[in-house]
Design a protein around this ligand. Structure first.
Ligand code: EPZ
Length: 418
């Protein structure tokens, strides 16, 4: 178990080049089950990716990696079972359901794990698969799926669930006929999954809109693909600079993926310059509250940047209402910010934050991935030393965050818990 030791107060200067997105790579790795072989470029070393590799290997699939190039070969696929020991490590383990049903017409998968930010049910995944004719039994923590009678059809999603949309897309690509998904999630990672599957020979259109159409094909071949860059890491770096002050450039970015954040950073007093795939932010570290943050499905303000943005409001002049609409219990990190002198009142899914002049360093504990990142950002601009414990939560979605921040001038080191 590792921790971060941070000495706050340094401004950030320099350039960060984004790797590809955790939440794009994970469904793409699962979708590779349906292909012959796949080469993925710019793949970083997140813990979640290592755990997805373990799942694919357990299924008999060969995954090799050289630097940031990952090669996946499915010729050895000989299993449709994912045990709890592997499934519990990440939310994305549930993404193998659709591809296994497509390829083998059956699956036995344990319930997924993932950040403890809410109940995180999978009812929309299962309901969508049942609407495609999958027979499902749930018992003893396992989901048994029989896809022998699957057929294309129409799936109406009650909520724009990212994972359910991806699972149903993947379950449909090899089904004869046309499948339509109404009310899908519209995140950029969904569009990326569509583009990846189409590069394998699938016929999908409409990702990013209110209806996705999948025309089934008989098989998927091979491809070399570079998933989209990580918009959440990009946002995390921009907010870090806003809080600490300084000037950084984020490269390989897709500004069109988060104008909601860029507008808020400008409103808080930062200068932003957009130049193709480069975003430059300049901040004096003196920020104004943005007043209201409401998380919504894409293109609304992303829930995965709420913790980082809330941390920013703790040192912004004025008060802010933060409404978390996607997950039931995503404010655990805010309790840790109180130890640093933040002024936050929480009631259910609403946090009321009033800015203070300075946070002060403290011993704080990460409880989930993005909440942990928010604690790091708070430590970077707090007075004195901050220790962030349980860094493995952060390693699930950031590749040595301490190195990226140090390269920008932050005083942060990784230590093992004694
Ligand atoms: C994906 O999770 C992301 N994870 C999450 O990022 C992200 O926060 C979330 O989408 C929303 O954008 C990956 O892509 C691996 P959802 P997912 O299904 O698919 C409810 C991070 O930090 N719901 O869109 O699990 C659910 O409880 C992670 O990188 C059901 O009720 O999100 C939640 O309230 C955290 N039934 C809401 O929908 C279901 O069957 C959104 O969930 C599925 C979801």
């Amino acid at each position: 178990m590792d921790k971060f030791l941070i000495y706050g107060g340094e401004k950030l200067f320099g350039t960060v080049k984004l790797d590809c997105a955790k939440n794009a790579i994970l469904p793409i790795m699962a979708a590779s089950i349906m292909a012959d072989d796949v080469t993925l470029l710019d793949v970083p070393d997140y813990l979640d990716i290592q755990n997805m590799e373990k799942i694919l290997s357990f299924l008999g699939i060969k995954v090799t990696r050289k630097n940031k190039v990952m090669h996946i070969s499915t010729i050895g696929l000989n299993n449709y079972f994912v045990p709890i020991t592997l499934a519990k490590e990440l939310r994305s383990s549930i993404f193998v359901l659709g591809p296994l049903l497509s390829k083998l017409k059956k699956a036995k998968v344990a319930y997924p794990g993932g950040c403890e930010i809410g109940l995180r049910p999978i009812d929309l995944h299962l309901k969508g698969l049942q609407e495609l004719g999958v027979k499902i039994e749930e018992s003893h923590g396992y989901i048994f799926c029989d896809g022998s009678k699957m057929k294309s059809g129409v799936v109406n999603l009650d909520f724009q669930s990212v994972g359910a949309t991806e699972n149903i897309m993947m379950a449909s690509v090899l089904l004869e006929g046309k499948t339509i998904i109404h009310n899908p999630a519209k995140e950029p990672e969904i569009v990326d999954l569509q583009n990846f599957l189409n590069s394998l020979g699938a016929h999908i259109s409409g990702a990013g809109t209110d209806n996705i159409e999948i025309i089934g094909t008989s098989r998927l071949g091979s491809t070399t693909y570079s998933p989209i860059s990580d918009r959440i890491i990009c946002g995390t770096m921009l907010i870090a600079c806003a809080m600490c002050g300084g000037k950084i450039v984020v490269e390989n970015a897709r500004p069109e993926h988060f104008f909601s954040l860029i507008n808020k950073l400008q409103k808080s007093g930062c200068k932003i310059n957009l130049n193709n795939d480069k975003i430059t932010i300049e901040s004096k570290g003196k920020l104004k509250s943005v007043g209201l943050i409401k998380t919504l499905p894409y293109p609304g303000f992303p829930t995965d940047l709420m913790p980082q943005m809330l941390a920013m409001q703790t040192i912004s002049k004025g008060c802010c209402v933060v409404q978390e609409n996607l997950f039931e219990t995503r404010f655990k990190f805010a309790q840790e910010l109180l130890k640093m002198g933040a002024k936050i009142t929480i009631k259910d899914r609403i946090a009321f934050v009033c800015g203070v002049k300075n946070l002060s360093g403290a011993d704080v504990f990460a409880h989930d991935l993005r909440g942990g990142a928010a604690l790091v950002l708070a430590g970077l601009c707090a007075k004195g030393y901050t220790t962030v414990h349980n860094v493995y939560h952060i390693d699930r979605g950031y590749n040595h965050l301490e190195n990226t921040l140090s390269s920008l001038g932050a005083k942060i080191i990784r230590q093992s818990e004694e």
